[in-house]
Design a protein around this ligand. Structure first.
Ligand code: NAP
Length: 309
C-alpha cells in the first residue's frame, strides 16, 4: 500500500496492452490488471483477424493478443491476473482494490476495460444461457455439430459467427431485424456465398423455447407483426456490445450509454490523471487497430500528465 505507482492500467485488450507497451518503454513501470478469468479481451473470442496491419495472411485473435501481452512484458510491465473490484479516482492519488484484497495507490490510471456482449433481454435467453444460448461461436460452436442454429444480428460479429458456425452446424439462419446488413461488404459477401447460411429478414426473437435446452425460438415479423415458432438447436446472440463501465459509475463522467466521456482529441477523462481508451470510449470504430491506437494515446497522455506533475 505504501508504494505509489506511476500508472496502473485496468484491462487487457489491444488498448490495455498497447498502453502498457508505451508506458513501459517510457519507464513508468506500469502495472496491468488483465482480469481473473481470461486475459486479452474480446479478441480472445474471435478467429482470424484479417485487417490488423502487418499480418499479410491474417492472424488468429488469441495469437495477436498473446504477442501484445509478451511485448508489454518485454519492456517491464507487471501483469496481474486479477480483477480490479473498486476504484477511488478523485484526488491526486488514486486508490484501487483488487479481487485478492490488495490495495494499490497510483498517480495515474488508464482505463481499458472494453465492452461486454449485449443481450436481447429475454428471460429465457438468460435461463437457457449455456444450454443452447451463447454469445461466442469460437467458445461453443463445437457443441453444435450437425445442428440447426440461429444467429441474431446484422453486423460484422453476426456474419463472423455465422460463417464460423457453418464449420459445425448443418444450417445457420441469420435473424436480422431489418432487411439490410450493417456488416462490411466483404463479410456480407462471404455470408451470402456460404450455402449453409440463410437469412430471415425483418424479424426479431421474442422468446427462446425449451425446458432445459434450446428447442426453438418464437419470432415476430416486424413488417406484418405475425408471430411464429420455429425449431432451432441453438441461439447465438451477436447484437453488439456494451461498455464495461459499471465500476466507474459516480467516479467519472459517462454518457447516456455508459461510455466514458473523454476530452475531444485526447484520452483525458474529467478526473485529473485518469485516462480511458479502447471500446470503453468508442461508439464508432471499435476495431482492434483503433483500440490499440487509443491505448497508445492514453499512455502518451499519462506520460505527459506525470511529467507535468
Ligand atoms: P454492431 O456493428 O453494432 O451490429 C449490431 C447488430 O445487431 C446490428 O445489425 C443491429 O441491428 C443488431 N442489433 C442491435 N441490438 C439489437 C437487438 N436488441 N435486437 C436485435 N438486433 C439488434 O456490432 P458488432 O457486429 O458486434 O460489431 C461491432 C464492431 O466490431 C463493428 O465496428 C465491427 O466492424 C467490428 N467487428 C469487426 C469484425 C471484423 O472485421 N472481422 C468482426 C466483428 C466485429 P441494426 O443494424 O438494425 O442496428
Amino acid at each position: 500500500m505504501s508504494e505509489i505507482h506511476e500508472v496502473v492500467i485496468v484491462g487487457s485488450g489491444p488498448a490495455g496492452y498497447t498502453a502498457a507497451i508505451y508506458a513501459a518503454r517510457a519507464q513508468l513501470s506500469p502495472i496491468l490488471y488483465e482480469g481473473s478469468v481470461t486475459a486479452g479481451g474480446a479478441l480472445m473470442n474471435t478467429t482470424e483477424v484479417e485487417n490488423f496491419p502487418g499480418f499479410v495472411d491474417g492472424v488468429m485473435g488469441p495469437d495477436l493478443m498473446d504477442s501484445m501481452r509478451k511485448q508489454s512484458e518485454r519492456f517491464g510491465t507487471k501483469l496481474v491476473t486479477d480483477d480490479i473490484v473498486s476504484m477511488e479516482l478523485g484526488g491526486d492519488i488514486k486508490v484501487l482494490k483488487d479481487g485478492s484484497g490488495n490495495t494499490l495507490q497510483a498517480k495515474s490510471v488508464i482505463l481499458a476495460t472494453g465492452s461486454a456482449y449485449k443481450e436481447i433481454g429475454l428471460v429465457n435467453e438468460k435461463r437457457l444461457s449455456g444450454r443452447g444460448v451463447s454469445w461466442c461461436a469460437t467458445c461453443d460452436g463445437f457443441f453444435f455439430r450437425e445442428k440447426v442454429i440461429a444467429v441474431v444480428g446484422g453486423g460484422d460479429s453476426a456474419m463472423e459467427e455465422a460463417n464460423f458456425l457453418t464449420k459445425f452446424a448443418s444450417k445457420v439462419y441469420v435473424i436480422h431485424r431489418r432487411d439490410s446488413l450493417r456488416a462490411s461488404k466483404i463479410m456480407v459477401e462471404r455470408a451470402h456465398a456460404n450455402p449453409k447460411i440463410e437469412f430471415i429478414w425483418n424479424t426479431e426473437v421474442i422468446d427462446v423455447l425449451g425446458a432445459d435446452k434450446v428447442s426453438g425460438l418464437k419470432l415476430r415479423n416486424l413488417l406484418t407483426n405475425e408471430e411464429s415458432e420455429r425449431d432451432f438447436d441453438g441461439l447465438f446472440v451477436a447484437i453488439g456490445h456494451l461498455p464495461r463501465s459499471e465500476l466507474l459509475v459516480g467516479q467519472i463522467d459517462l454518457d447516456g450509454e455508459g461510455y466514458v466521456k473523454v476530452e475531444s482529441g485526447s484520452t483525458r477523462t474529467n478526473q485529473k490523471g485518469v485516462f480511458a481508451c479502447g471500446d470503453l470510449v468508442d461508439h464508432t470504430y471499435r476495431q482492434a487497430i483503433t483500440a490499440a491506437g487509443s491505448g497508445c494515446e492514453a499512455a502518451l497522455d499519462a506520460e505527459r500528465f506525470l511529467s507535468g506533475h
